[in-house]
Design a protein around this ligand. Sequence first.
Ligand code: ADP
Ligand code: MG
Length: 249
Amino acid sequence: MSVVRIEHVFKEYQLGEQTVHALNDITWSIEAGVFLAISGPSGSGKTTLLNLIGCIDKPSSGKIFINEEDVSEKSPNELADLRSRSIGFIFQTFNLLPVLSAAENVEYPLLRRTDISAEERKKRVDYFLDIVGLSQFANHRPNQLSGGQRQRVAIARALAIKPAIVLADEPTANLDKATGREILSLMKKINRHLKTTFIFSTHDQKVIDRADRLVQMEDGCITAFGVRNEMDKTWNLARVRALPESDDE
Ligand code: ADP
Ligand code: MG
């Protein structure tokens, strides 16, 4: 089953007089359980695409299905509800709330879930802080933690709702190489053990090579799909099409 399905999605931004075509006719479906990298140069549309999949933003046209549910027509409230049940987010700059402890940050997305009791919340916080190896740091504030530890808190926070999908926008870009590797290994371990679908953007080849699926982007288009060969770890790349001719000059 596909966990995300995207049909002819376009996204335009208006910048004064200028229209920016951030995504041009994206059609794609993502199988549940994959560990998938979106690669491409800065400005190619990675963040825009992740924001649309995450229902933080809406396409200008086209449809997006999450678990085969059409999200294009949903109200902001319905989208917030869907996010709080199905989608975990990890950001480049961690985005933890500075006044909350690690445990409180992990608990935070659970607070809008009226179906989850206080007791269950506490269980999940303990469980996911343990998974990311931070049980002893539960009462630390973000400024008392290293970058790598902050990103681990962010991973625990993303997982606390038990999401179908975790979206991570350049999750290692603000970390040193060794810490970035650790964070990626942790994400991969969680992907394998909990079967959570991970979709992350990056332009770091080392990070790309840890993925098992790849989508390459350029100028708002998907230019190639990749599947990693389990035997020799090389990429099987299927190029999609040439970039469309520029028609605006
Ligand atoms: P990436 O994450 O690959 O660097 P983005 O999705 O951030 O790419 O951006 C794609 C294109 O859309 C870029 O040309 C960028 O300048 C433009 N863009 C992104 N967000 C906005 C916005 N809020 N307003 C106007 N243009 C934007
Ligand atoms: Mg980006």
